[in-house]
Ligand binder design. Structure first.
Ligand SMILES: C[S@@+](CC[C@H](N)C(=O)[O-])C[C@H]1O[C@@H](n2cnc3c(N)ncnc32)[C@H](O)[C@@H]1O
Length: 186
């Protein structure tokens, strides 16, 4: 698909950064597509911590990881991503990945929320090591998603003011505001 969707683009970008043995975090495990991608990138000596609040997501993602033979390198936590700091030390992670919104096919009410997303971004910023990358795929196509995207973008812009390198990628000229990717390098 050209241009690549934000969810595909972010994997291409992060695939160039993550090294074998790294600790990385999937803040929104969902169906496990990103968790699986991260598990491949970190190799047998690396570690992926994957968070989701939904039972259905944890079950689906765990199944995908187990089927791929990567159960040893992934730890799942059924808890809100704001609490990632309980499981990773400061300055320890190479990448923290967020894909906002809801789980396709499941309850659309169980979506990420601006307030908890911002707290989770604060936690992620502490955990990221120097040279690490934080990524967020935002969905501004519906009103709550648009507000959340705006808040995340403002948070990212503040990081740019602190010396992080921040960028935004997304389609233009679409009927509804298209999903976009924000990345920040610490
Ligand atoms: C768009 S989906 C993620 C898709 C996933 N990255 C994949 O590759 O399949 C968003 C996920 O965020 C989860 N979520 C919502 N609020 C959350 C929170 N506070 N903490 C962690 N996960 C949350 C939802 O349950 C949903 O599964």
């Amino acid at each position: 698909m050209f241009p690549p969707r934000p969810t595909a683009l972010v994997q291409r970008m992060l695939g160039e950064i993550i090294r074998e043995g790294d600790l990385v975090i999937d803040a929104t495990a969902g169906n496990g597509h990103d968790t699986l991608f991260l598990a491949v990138c970190v190799g047998a000596s690396g570690r992926v911590l994957a968070f989701d609040v939904q039972d259905a997501a944890i079950v689906a993602a765990r199944e995908k990881i187990t089927a791929a033979g990567f159960a040893q390198r992934v730890e799942f936590f059924q808890k809100s991503h704001e609490r990632m700091g309980e499981h990773a030390e400061n300055d320890s992670a190479a990448v923290v990945m967020f894909n906002l919104g809801y789980l396709p096919g499941e309850d659309h009410e169980l979506t990420t929320q601006t307030e908890t997303t911002l707290s989770a971004l604060e936690a992620a910023a502490m955990i990221l090591k120097a040279g690490g990358v934080l990524s967020v795929v935002c969905y501004p196509g519906h009103p709550a998603g648009a507000l959340e995207a705006e808040a995340v973008e403002a948070w990212m812009t503040a990081r740019a003011g602190e010396g992080w390198r921040v960028a935004r990628y997304g389609a233009i000229g679409t009927r509804r505001p298209a999903p976009y990717l924000l990345v920040a390098g610490r």
